[in-house]
Design a protein. Sequence first.
Lengths: 297, 677
Amino acid sequence: MTAITATHSVPVTKTESRWAQAWKNMRRSPSGMIGLSILCLHLVVAVLAPWIAPYDWTLQNGYIMFQGPDTEYWFGTDNMGRDLFSRTLMGGREAIMVTLLGTLLAIVWGGLAGMTLGFVGGKVDEWLMRIVDALLAIPWLLFLLLIIALTGQQSWTLILTLGFFYGVAVIRVVRGATLEYVPRDFVVAAKTRGESRFTIVTKELLPNVLDALLVEAAMRWAWMLLAFSSLSFLGFGVVPPTPDWGLMIADTRGMISIAPWAVLFPAMALSTLIISINLTADAFAKAIGLDRAKAPV
Amino acid sequence: MNKPMILEVKDFSLGYTAANNELVSVLRNVSLDIEAGEAIGLVGESGCGKSTLALAMMAFLRSGSQVQNGQIRYHGSNLFEKTEKQLGKLRGGKIGLIPQNAGQSLTPTMKIHAQLAEALRLHSDLPRSTWHQRSLELLKQVRLPAPDAMLQRYPHQLSGGQQQRVAIAMALAGSPDLLVLDEPTTGLDVTTQAHILELLCNLRQELGMTMVFVSHDLGAVARISDRIAVMYAGEIIELGSCADVLRTPAHPYTRGLLNSIPRLDAEGLPPSLPGYPPKVGSVKQGCAFAPRCTHATEQCQQDAALVAENSHAVRCHRSGDLRRESASINVIQLPVKPTLEPLLNIEELQISYHKAGLLDQWRNIEPPVATVDEINLQLNKGETLALVGESGSGKSTIMKAISGIQAPRKGQIELGNEDLSIAVEKRSNQLKRNVQMIFQNPDASLNPRHTVCEILQQPLKLYFGLNHESCRQRAAELLELVRLAPHYLDRMPGQLSGGEKQRVAIARCFAGDPDLILCDEVTSALDVSVQAAVLKLLKELQQQKGVTYLFIAHDLAVVKAIADQVAVLYQGRLCQIGPVDEVFNGVHHPYTSALLNAVLAPDPEHQPKLSGDDASEQHPPAQGCAYQRRCPQADQTCSEQSPPWRNDGNNRIRCHHDLLELTLRNNSPELIEVANF
């Protein structure tokens, strides 16, 4: 008996990987590419800020308070005469670092918990999901303030609390995505083979819910940035000498009528970052075909 | 040609634009004239364009596709020149469609009367006051029992066959003169399928409709069509009367296809067609079948024309020469020597999905009748046992119990000396490895995000703890075992055809080097020509490795071809069990004969005999014979006492009637008119 495959002549086309295909689709979306370039710009600036900032971002100078933007101070100066351009460049570092780590934590724990709950099902799933619902019903900002007030303003407490709370929301989404795959035969096949639960969750389910997880991660990141800035605005985020967009907006908002630039530039930096994340995530979701149901087939 | 043409397909080509901006043709220069009142069958394997053609007959194009050339004329006017509004009037009205899966095409939130009223409102001129009356008439016309009550039900409260009947009634509401049936019986049980086909035949006689019947099942097509058009790679390759095409097929593909259908009256496995059908649009010139054809010559690289001879048209360069050769069916015999060493032993197995709640336990409420009960099966090493029965007969439930994902309530399952009635997590590695399962649909059983190599690696890592390098080596050997070349290792399941995927699934199952393999309808999702190849592969592997198969199938001809022993199940209870020959040719249980009589054959003369009705039951009866409600021979005792086992040699039947009585009945099967009013 000769190999059947030897006789049939369907050309073996080397198809590109899913990610290459997704990248190709994404390049066709103008909004996605704009979003992605702004996002990259933000990340590069955040990394290189200490070296590209023209002035010391903590140096106060009483003689040059509230100077408008000019050739010397591009974004003007604030109420303490600090260079706003340097402060805006530096202002995203802490926020991006904390929220990125927070998102990572949220995705890992929320994703694992969501997949496990979706896979295990039954009573355990039902009860734990009610707890998740209860956690989602708590006004998280107040809860965050409470925890920070109790534990102090360290970065790692922020990362842990933000990661925990946003992870709860991830559980819901990932569990939903998992439920679609749990009854599929390949999962049943793994069960009948006698694979462990951990292997089934990480090897069989994870590759299938990864798309949903990545898009969810991007969305959560944008929300978390907003949350972090809100905390800073309220004075619970970054400790004052360090520049932060939320804090900068809070400090100068009283003087908005005399020095609008002092509020405008950090606000613009924050909003462009969040918008760019959202645009990128949307385009990415479309590119990997996540919202195929909505698109005209 | 005196009769008027109702539909003329003229030199019709349809294509879509692929990702690389190339125009891919799905249909290529199809020409087909359909006379008023005739029934034409479109047959072919998946991807041959038969459904696309049927939908184009309603001027419905899947999005992204476009007409390349040619036209389809309905009563002389081109369908593709009509406006959306005119088409809307036509579709569902004068041209009716009966979809494949009625369960999905009925709106789940609307009662049957509302669905019918909608069809009447859109496509009939009747006043509102007569709708109810007309709905009742329609339901009677499709032979639904108790139409009054039926109108008040939701689709999910009906069985698959009843849903299909409602879908037919809805199509009839617009009093169509052309009915397009897209695989109307695929996915239904054999008995239900026979009933639906019978209904369609009767309706055609009563109403004189023209029918376009799309199916991959030549048996179903033979039952209903006057003419058959065989399609391959978007072309009609053979067209002729039902008898001509099925009795004296001229195209090598049609011959191969007919030969590869397993039949009840043949011994052994049917021969398979080598290779796989071409990908859509990959054939641009020459005969599309040439790469798989054993008669292909140089000439076949050129396009062949559809040449007609006595209204039997064939698209083949060599049909003239081939007609003289006799079409002989050479059946493959692969004798496997079953040993007498017992492997699987099931005793008094009882399984129930019911979990008694705390409240029920407290109130001491009787649990409902078990889904599966009193199953006793013995299986020797190297044997194949087939479980047959309609959907809901508990076949899959038994398999779940053996594979350890559904705990039995009572009874023993043993593999050799080891206990199998424990959950899969508690089994030893050795025991897990020894029992493997192949699933019905390879699309669903292979993880779409893994490469073939990763798929095959999983059991190897789990059972043998092999490292990456030796896994890959072993995976390549497994592929060779299922006759796939090693370059398949790095492909994704999405890049493989149905047959190739099932081969990968089989390879994965053999990775554990098992003793017992559970095959759950392994060929029912495959095309016939591929099915034959997969069956042959399974049999060869059994010869080679001495494995034992527990095989679930609803196609009795497949069972006949592959199994040594058959167990007939109804509502989770055994009706009959014995060696294949004795069960099929000896004395039958009334249910076995109902199943056997409903089997279709690709022969225009063959007529299934219907007995009883096709209403499915929700629960097995609390006492007495499981089959009492549908059995035409049931009497008082059947509903009161459990029937005894009666032995005719190795053929064991569970029935109150004695063997002589059953033999007499078998020889004169009573034709019972379906649901008489």
